[in-house]
Design a protein around this ligand. Sequence first.
Ligand code: AVI
Length: 321
Amino acid sequence: MNTVRPDQDDDGQPSRAQLLALVQRGLRSRPKRLPSWLFYDERGSRLFERICEQPEYYLTRCEIALLERHAADIARAFGPQVRLVEYGSGNAVKTRLLLEQLEDPVCYVPVELAADALRVSVERLGRLFPELPLQPLCADFTRPLRLPVAPRAPRRTVIYFPGSTLGNFESRDAVALLRKMRGEMGEAGGVLVGVDLKKDPAVIEAAYNDAAGVTADFTLNLLVRLNRELGCDFDLDAFRHRARYNRLAGRVETHLVSQRAQEVRVGRMRIRFAAQEAMLVEYSAKYAPAEFAALANRAGLTVRHRWTDPDGMFAAFCLGR
Ligand code: AVI
C-alpha cells in the first residue's frame, strides 16, 4: 500500500494528475483504500509530531528511552567509522542520541523527500555536530538511492530506520524495502530498525485513539488534503476515524468510516459510499521478536542484536547479512 509512490515535484509531492489518478484508483478498489503516506502534507506532519507527544502514544517515548539506555551498546555493535544513512529526515532527539555515541562517524546522510523538513533537520544537527559531515539526500527512500560519495572511506554503512515506520508497510513491501537496504548497505554494512512489539491490545489501541483526538484529526486531515489539492467535496463531519487492533494480522488497521450513504466528487468521478462503509488508510504492524526475525530473513538479513526499552514495549534490531 505504501511502497510505490509516483514521481514527485521539487517539494516532494506528487503532481495533481498523479495524485488524482492514484486516489481515483484507490476509491474504485474494493474495499476502498488510500496509501498512508498521503497523511504527510504540512499539517499532517505537524499533527504527527503532536501524536508523538500524546500520553497514549508510547512508541516515541519508548524508543527514546531505549536509545538513552542502549545507544552506547548499539554504537559498539557497529564499530568505528560508520556512514549513517537515515531513512526519513530524523527526529532530532533520536538521531542525536545515536550520533553522540558513534565512534569517529564518517558522515550522516538523512534521506527525505520533503525539502523543508530535510533542511530543518540538517540545520539542527549541524549545530549539534559541527564537525560531522552532513550529506542530505532529497529523495524517496522507498526507491533505489544513489548515495553521495563519502568524504572518506567508511568501514561500514548503516541504514537507520527508526520510529516503527516499517510497520506502515504491508509485509511484502516491508521485505522489499529491507532487501533494498541490504543492497545499499553493502557487504559489511548493517541495518538498525525500530520496531513496535506485540503487547496488550488495549494499550496498542489506545495509542491510536488518543483522548485528545489528535490521531482522529491526523486521519481526517487526509480528506482535508484531497479537498484542497483535488477539489474533492468530502464532508469532514460525515466521516469518522476508526483504529482497531487486528490480533490475527498483528496490526492496527485504521479506517475512515462513512457516517451515512453519500457521494463524493473526485475529479470527474462521483464516488459512492454506503452508510458505515470503511475506507482503509493505514496499517501499523506490531511484531513479536521471532516474527520480525523471520521477516528480515525473507529479505536475506539476519538479526545480529536486539535491544528493548526498560518496559519491553519497543525494540531496535540490528540486522546484517
Ligand atoms: C509513522 N508511523 C510509525 C506511525 C504509526 O504508529 O503507525 C503513524 C501513526 N498513525 C497514527 N498514529 C501514528
